[in-house]
Design a protein around this ligand. Structure first.
Ligand SMILES: O=c1ccn([C@@H]2O[C@H](COP(=O)(O)O)[C@@H](O)[C@H]2O)c(=O)[nH]1
Length: 273
């Protein structure tokens, strides 16, 4: 099954456009995980179990693991998702970008080592830096387009032949690079007008949309701007707001994460029609 088909099935099975981000920050983990050498794995596993029926995808951000030399734990987390929730797409947020020969090694890392269904990549080095990822024909290639951070405007808003660079990237990917139908784009929830522009350019192409939750993106505006005609088409990511939800009376961290994931999934669903 291809990444796009798996994603489409997960949207339907869990009635969800919510992508649960796995960004384990040691300083924010509950105390019991801070003294455990496998604490990152155990924490993420509980988050995954608590939210798997509410998510259309899981997105580990590789930096949080690499910074702590915890790649072994990332590998175990990926194995755990594939074994226990094989119908939920796993997106490796790596934002890689390099010459073709090196790109192929990065693709092997995400697809073969971690078994990810899709990986985020940077388009700045051009098509020959993205093409190697497409050799894995059943996997997804999610290309940065209009990122959620304010500084993204420094380059992504530059005028390129009468339109901003991010629109040029959207057009290039939709019309030229996506020959195999494996591509998706990253567009931040913090820029709903640009999200609508990208949707108009790319048709039904899936969009990974970070920026709700901790970054403050508006859910209603995000969904209205980015949905497809069928009310899907997006993986709307939230990481810190779910991972570090403050427990209320009688809850533990995983129950709190589930509560916030459920509220977020349902808030998104309100605007899909
Ligand atoms: O434009 C982008 C691209 C990627 N991200 C990543 O998404 C999550 C967001 O985490 P929150 O805690 O929900 O803010 C994180 O892994 C980023 O690296 C992004 O925010 N913006």
């Amino acid at each position: 099954m291809t990444f796009i088909n798996k994603l489409s099935a997960a949207w339907t099975a869990n009635d969800s456009l919510l992508c649960v981000g796995l960004d384990p920050d040691m300083a924010k983990l509950p105390a019991q995980f801070q003294n455990d050498p496998q604490g990152i794995y155990h924490f993420c596993r509980e988050i995954i179990d608590a939210t798997a029926d509410l998510a259309c995808s899981f997105k580990p951000q590789i930096a949080y693991f690499a910074a702590l030399s915890a790649e072994d734990q990332l590998q175990k987390i990926c194995d755990y998702v594939r074994e226990n929730y094989p119908h939920i797409p796993l997106i490796m947020d790596a934002k890689r970008g390099d010459i073709g020969a090196t790109a192929r090694q990065y693709a092997r890392e995400s697809y073969d080592r971690y078994g990810a269904d899709a990986v985020t990549v940077n388009p700045y080095m051009g098509f020959d830096s993205v093409e190697p990822y497409m050799e894995w024909s059943d996997r997804g290639v999610i290309i940065l387009c209009r990122t959620s951070n304010a500084g993204g405007s420094d380059l992504q808003f530059l005028d390129v032949g009468g339109k901003p660079l991010y629109q040029h990237v959207a057009q290039l990917v939709a019309q030229k690079w996506n020959k195999t139908g494996q591509c998706a784009l990253v567009v931040g929830a913090t820029f709903p007008e640009e999200l609508a522009q990208v949707r108009a350019i790319v048709g039904e192409m899936p969009l990974l949309v970070p920026g709700i939750g901790a970054q403050g993106g508006d859910i209603a505006a995000t969904v209205k701007s980015g949905r497809t005609a069928s009310g899907a088409g997006m993986m709307i990511n939230s990481s810190r707001a779910i991972l570090y939800a403050t427990p209320t009376a009688g809850e533990d961290f995983a129950m709190a994460a589930r509560r916030v994931a459920l509220e977020t999934r349902d808030a998104i669903n309100q605007y899909r029609a």
